[in-house]
Design a protein around this ligand. Structure first.
Ligand code: GAR
Length: 208
Protein backbone atom coordinates (compact mmCIF):
# COMPACT_ATOMS: atom_id res chain seq x y z
CA UNK A 1 0.00 0.00 0.00
CA UNK A 2 1.19 3.49 -0.91
CA UNK A 3 1.45 5.27 2.46
CA UNK A 4 1.88 8.77 1.03
CA UNK A 5 -0.88 11.13 2.07
CA UNK A 6 -2.29 12.86 -1.00
CA UNK A 7 -3.23 16.53 -0.89
CA UNK A 8 -6.76 17.27 -2.09
CA UNK A 9 -8.34 20.61 -2.89
CA UNK A 10 -12.12 20.28 -3.12
CA UNK A 11 -14.21 22.75 -5.11
CA UNK A 12 -17.87 23.03 -4.14
CA UNK A 13 -20.89 25.24 -4.78
CA UNK A 14 -23.44 23.88 -2.34
CA UNK A 15 -24.44 21.43 0.35
CA UNK A 16 -21.13 19.57 0.42
CA UNK A 17 -22.38 16.09 1.28
CA UNK A 18 -19.78 14.58 -1.05
CA UNK A 19 -17.09 16.74 0.52
CA UNK A 20 -18.26 15.34 3.85
CA UNK A 21 -17.86 11.79 2.54
CA UNK A 22 -14.26 12.61 1.59
CA UNK A 23 -13.54 14.30 4.94
CA UNK A 24 -14.99 11.33 6.83
CA UNK A 25 -12.97 8.82 4.79
CA UNK A 26 -9.75 10.80 5.39
CA UNK A 27 -10.58 10.95 9.07
CA UNK A 28 -11.32 7.25 9.28
CA UNK A 29 -8.09 6.42 7.48
CA UNK A 30 -9.88 4.68 4.61
CA UNK A 31 -8.55 7.33 2.24
CA UNK A 32 -4.82 8.08 2.37
CA UNK A 33 -5.45 11.77 1.77
CA UNK A 34 -5.94 15.13 3.42
CA UNK A 35 -8.26 17.88 2.29
CA UNK A 36 -5.97 20.91 2.36
CA UNK A 37 -8.53 23.48 1.21
CA UNK A 38 -12.19 23.77 0.27
CA UNK A 39 -13.15 26.52 -2.16
CA UNK A 40 -16.67 27.67 -2.99
CA UNK A 41 -17.91 30.19 -5.54
CA UNK A 42 -21.02 30.66 -3.38
CA UNK A 43 -20.90 32.28 0.06
CA UNK A 44 -23.93 30.36 1.36
CA UNK A 45 -22.56 26.91 0.44
CA UNK A 46 -22.93 24.73 3.52
CA UNK A 47 -19.84 22.83 2.44
CA UNK A 48 -17.75 25.79 3.65
CA UNK A 49 -19.14 25.23 7.13
CA UNK A 50 -18.38 21.51 6.89
CA UNK A 51 -14.78 22.39 6.03
CA UNK A 52 -14.45 24.77 9.00
CA UNK A 53 -15.87 22.13 11.34
CA UNK A 54 -13.25 19.70 10.07
CA UNK A 55 -10.48 22.25 10.64
CA UNK A 56 -9.90 22.67 6.91
CA UNK A 57 -9.29 26.06 5.32
CA UNK A 58 -12.59 27.24 3.80
CA UNK A 59 -12.38 29.85 1.07
CA UNK A 60 -15.21 31.81 -0.50
CA UNK A 61 -13.96 32.71 -3.97
CA UNK A 62 -16.68 34.55 -5.92
CA UNK A 63 -16.58 35.55 -9.55
CA UNK A 64 -17.21 39.29 -9.83
CA UNK A 65 -19.82 40.05 -12.53
CA UNK A 66 -17.47 42.34 -14.43
CA UNK A 67 -14.61 39.81 -14.53
CA UNK A 68 -14.42 37.53 -17.55
CA UNK A 69 -14.45 33.79 -17.10
CA UNK A 70 -10.83 33.24 -18.20
CA UNK A 71 -9.51 35.82 -15.78
CA UNK A 72 -11.51 34.34 -12.92
CA UNK A 73 -10.29 30.84 -13.75
CA UNK A 74 -6.70 32.09 -13.87
CA UNK A 75 -7.07 33.61 -10.41
CA UNK A 76 -8.82 30.48 -9.15
CA UNK A 77 -6.01 28.27 -10.47
CA UNK A 78 -3.41 30.47 -8.79
CA UNK A 79 -5.29 30.21 -5.51
CA UNK A 80 -5.65 26.42 -5.79
CA UNK A 81 -1.96 26.06 -6.70
CA UNK A 82 -0.95 27.62 -3.38
CA UNK A 83 -2.11 24.42 -1.68
CA UNK A 84 -0.01 22.22 -4.00
CA UNK A 85 -2.76 19.67 -4.56
CA UNK A 86 -2.13 16.22 -5.96
CA UNK A 87 -5.77 16.19 -7.01
CA UNK A 88 -8.46 18.80 -7.48
CA UNK A 89 -11.90 17.37 -6.78
CA UNK A 90 -15.07 18.94 -8.19
CA UNK A 91 -17.72 17.85 -5.69
CA UNK A 92 -20.80 19.77 -6.76
CA UNK A 93 -18.78 22.63 -8.33
CA UNK A 94 -21.38 24.18 -10.60
CA UNK A 95 -19.17 26.19 -12.96
CA UNK A 96 -17.55 24.97 -16.17
CA UNK A 97 -13.79 25.34 -15.81
CA UNK A 98 -12.00 26.83 -18.80
CA UNK A 99 -8.60 25.76 -20.07
CA UNK A 100 -7.10 28.68 -18.14
CA UNK A 101 -7.73 26.58 -15.06
CA UNK A 102 -7.35 23.07 -16.46
CA UNK A 103 -3.94 23.61 -18.04
CA UNK A 104 -2.52 24.30 -14.57
CA UNK A 105 -3.62 20.83 -13.37
CA UNK A 106 -3.44 18.52 -16.40
CA UNK A 107 -5.23 15.22 -15.76
CA UNK A 108 -5.43 16.12 -12.10
CA UNK A 109 -9.01 17.40 -11.99
CA UNK A 110 -11.74 14.91 -11.07
CA UNK A 111 -15.47 15.53 -11.39
CA UNK A 112 -18.49 13.79 -9.93
CA UNK A 113 -21.74 13.71 -11.91
CA UNK A 114 -25.06 12.21 -10.81
CA UNK A 115 -25.78 10.37 -14.05
CA UNK A 116 -24.20 7.72 -16.29
CA UNK A 117 -21.50 8.71 -18.84
CA UNK A 118 -22.98 10.80 -21.65
CA UNK A 119 -26.26 11.35 -19.82
CA UNK A 120 -27.83 14.57 -18.54
CA UNK A 121 -24.75 16.82 -18.50
CA UNK A 122 -25.12 20.04 -16.53
CA UNK A 123 -27.43 20.82 -13.64
CA UNK A 124 -30.44 18.91 -12.27
CA UNK A 125 -29.32 15.58 -13.73
CA UNK A 126 -31.30 13.53 -11.21
CA UNK A 127 -34.47 15.49 -11.84
CA UNK A 128 -34.05 15.10 -15.60
CA UNK A 129 -33.42 11.36 -15.26
CA UNK A 130 -36.55 11.07 -13.12
CA UNK A 131 -38.61 12.89 -15.77
CA UNK A 132 -37.11 10.77 -18.58
CA UNK A 133 -38.03 7.56 -16.68
CA UNK A 134 -41.61 8.74 -16.26
CA UNK A 135 -41.72 9.41 -20.00
CA UNK A 136 -40.43 5.82 -20.55
CA UNK A 137 -37.25 7.12 -22.23
CA UNK A 138 -34.80 5.44 -19.83
CA UNK A 139 -34.87 2.48 -17.47
CA UNK A 140 -31.86 3.26 -15.31
CA UNK A 141 -29.65 6.10 -14.23
CA UNK A 142 -26.42 6.21 -12.24
CA UNK A 143 -23.40 8.08 -11.02
CA UNK A 144 -19.97 8.61 -12.53
CA UNK A 145 -16.58 9.97 -11.57
CA UNK A 146 -14.33 11.13 -14.40
CA UNK A 147 -11.23 13.10 -15.27
CA UNK A 148 -11.73 16.60 -16.64
CA UNK A 149 -9.29 16.97 -19.55
CA UNK A 150 -11.01 19.91 -21.27
CA UNK A 151 -13.97 22.26 -21.23
CA UNK A 152 -16.52 19.53 -22.05
CA UNK A 153 -19.42 19.44 -19.59
CA UNK A 154 -19.55 16.38 -17.34
CA UNK A 155 -17.49 14.26 -19.71
CA UNK A 156 -13.98 12.85 -19.85
CA UNK A 157 -12.20 9.56 -19.17
CA UNK A 158 -14.40 7.59 -16.77
CA UNK A 159 -12.77 6.54 -13.50
CA UNK A 160 -15.77 4.87 -11.96
CA UNK A 161 -19.49 4.42 -12.52
CA UNK A 162 -22.38 2.72 -10.81
CA UNK A 163 -25.87 2.13 -12.16
CA UNK A 164 -28.88 3.13 -10.10
CA UNK A 165 -32.13 1.31 -10.92
CA UNK A 166 -35.33 3.31 -11.32
CA UNK A 167 -38.56 2.18 -9.67
CA UNK A 168 -42.18 2.84 -10.60
CA UNK A 169 -43.99 5.08 -8.14
CA UNK A 170 -40.84 6.32 -6.40
CA UNK A 171 -40.75 9.99 -5.38
CA UNK A 172 -38.05 12.30 -6.76
CA UNK A 173 -36.84 12.91 -3.20
CA UNK A 174 -36.34 9.20 -2.66
CA UNK A 175 -34.44 8.80 -5.93
CA UNK A 176 -32.24 11.79 -5.03
CA UNK A 177 -31.43 10.23 -1.67
CA UNK A 178 -30.50 6.91 -3.32
CA UNK A 179 -28.31 8.62 -5.93
CA UNK A 180 -26.51 10.70 -3.29
CA UNK A 181 -25.83 7.60 -1.23
CA UNK A 182 -24.23 5.96 -4.27
CA UNK A 183 -22.23 9.14 -4.99
CA UNK A 184 -20.74 9.23 -1.52
CA UNK A 185 -19.62 5.63 -1.88
CA UNK A 186 -18.36 5.88 -5.49
CA UNK A 187 -16.40 9.08 -5.02
CA UNK A 188 -14.49 7.71 -2.02
CA UNK A 189 -13.99 4.31 -3.66
CA UNK A 190 -12.66 5.88 -6.86
CA UNK A 191 -10.25 8.10 -4.96
CA UNK A 192 -9.09 5.03 -3.07
CA UNK A 193 -8.47 3.21 -6.35
CA UNK A 194 -6.40 6.13 -7.62
CA UNK A 195 -4.41 6.70 -4.46
CA UNK A 196 -3.70 3.09 -3.55
CA UNK A 197 -2.82 1.86 -7.03
CA UNK A 198 -0.65 4.11 -9.23
CA UNK A 199 -1.38 1.79 -12.19
CA UNK A 200 -5.09 2.56 -11.98
CA UNK A 201 -4.88 6.05 -13.42
CA UNK A 202 -2.33 5.03 -16.08
CA UNK A 203 -4.78 2.41 -17.35
CA UNK A 204 -7.59 4.95 -17.49
CA UNK A 205 -5.54 7.46 -19.47
CA UNK A 206 -4.43 4.82 -21.94
CA UNK A 207 -8.00 3.70 -22.60
CA UNK A 208 -9.36 7.23 -22.91
C1 GAR B 1 -23.94 16.11 -6.45
O1 GAR B 1 -25.11 15.37 -6.74
C2 GAR B 1 -23.02 16.15 -7.65
O2 GAR B 1 -22.98 14.95 -8.37
C3 GAR B 1 -23.66 17.25 -8.45
O3 GAR B 1 -23.93 18.24 -7.49
C4 GAR B 1 -24.30 17.58 -6.27
C5 GAR B 1 -23.55 18.19 -5.11
O4 GAR B 1 -24.02 17.67 -3.89
N1 GAR B 1 -22.81 17.69 -9.51
C6 GAR B 1 -23.28 17.94 -10.74
O5 GAR B 1 -24.45 17.93 -11.01
C7 GAR B 1 -22.22 18.28 -11.77
N2 GAR B 1 -22.83 18.38 -13.05
P1 GAR B 1 -23.24 17.97 -2.55
O6 GAR B 1 -22.97 19.47 -2.54
O7 GAR B 1 -24.17 17.54 -1.44
O8 GAR B 1 -21.97 17.16 -2.59
Amino acid sequence: MNARIARLVVLISGHGSNLQAILDACDAGTLPARVVAVISNRAEAFGLERARRAGVEAIYFPKPKEEDRQKYDQRLAARVAIYQPDWVILAGWMRILSNEFLRRFPMRVINLHPALPGCFPGTNAIERAYAAFRERKITRTGVMVHLVPDEGVDCGPVLGQVEVPLFEGESLENLEARVHEVEHMLLVQTLRNILLDPEFIKGVKKDA
